[in-house]
Design a protein around this ligand. Structure first.
Ligand SMILES: Cc1cc2nc3c(=O)[nH]c(=O)nc-3n(C[C@H](O)[C@H](O)[C@H](O)COP(=O)(O)O)c2cc1C
Length: 207
């Protein structure tokens, strides 16, 4: 890690934190970031954490890419996500965060089921189709891969690295997103092939 003393303050621009930066407590005035030495890292401080800065920090956060899918009386929908994680193994429980701005995401609650399908690097086309960037209809998105149904009634991706088939047990709105909690009622464990990772606003593999 570089020595914080090596940081030239003139290179630290407002709203553009540098590498190895930490943002936190309210100390300085204005929005400029002030590098300070603390424990060998650059501590960058500002009055308020801006949404753009938060997104910039999160772009350093490498995440596995999944498609979360639902099916039922309310309809069928899939969407690409990275905001998903384990909650507990007893009973097996996961969570997924979905943007409330997409009205289609209401289907997950209406159907009461969802599957979390973890993608391999060679499934970039599936991630892309379900990211909404292609203009494909939901039927066209599902046609990019092979699906079946396990326990919950949600569509499950046949050759995903892992499938977590869930019964929705709770949905909690937090800020712009809805956090779905699912009890895992079915599992499919694929191989350990190269997972698809999203980092620094791009797709990557581990190999
Ligand atoms: C790599 C990647 C990760 C994403 N992660 C999430 C996420 O965690 N939660 C979410 O609500 N949207 C996420 N999105 C955006 C949704 O995939 C996108 O808004 C949605 O598919 C739009 O679908 P629509 O056009 O049918 O509304 C992500 C997109 C990409 C490309």
């Amino acid at each position: 890690m570089e020595n914080p003393r090596d940081v030239d303050p003139s290179e630290v621009k407002p709203g553009v934190p540098g590498r190895n930066s930490v943002m936190g407590a309210c100390v300085d005035s204005g929005s400029a970031y002030i590098p300070r030495s603390r424990g060998g890292v650059n501590v960058l401080k500002q009055n308020q954490v801006e949404a753009g800065d938060y997104r910039e920090a999160m772009s350093r956060f490498a995440g596995a890419v999944h498609v979360v899918a639902t099916m039922g009386e309310a309809g069928k929908r899939g969407t690409t996500v990275i905001a998903a994680c384990s909650v507990s193994d007893s009973p097996p429980t996961i969570l997924v965060c979905l943007n409330r701005a997409s009205a289609g995401n209401d289907l997950f609650v209406a159907n009461g089921n969802f599957s979390l399908n973890t993608l391999a690097f060679d499934q970039i086309d599936v991630a892309h189709a379900f990211s909404g960037l292609t203009g494909l209809s939901q039927d066209e998105r599902f046609a990019t891969a092979a699906w079946d149904v396990m326990q919950s009634g949600a569509p499950t991706l046949r050759n995903a690295l892992a499938v977590f088939d869930c019964r929705l047990i709770e949905a909690k709105d937090v800020a712009t997103h809805r956090v779905l909690f699912g009890e895992v009622v079915g599992l499919r464990i694929g191989d350990t092939a190269n997972p698809l990772i999203y980092h620094a606003r791009g797709y990557h593999g581990l190999d």
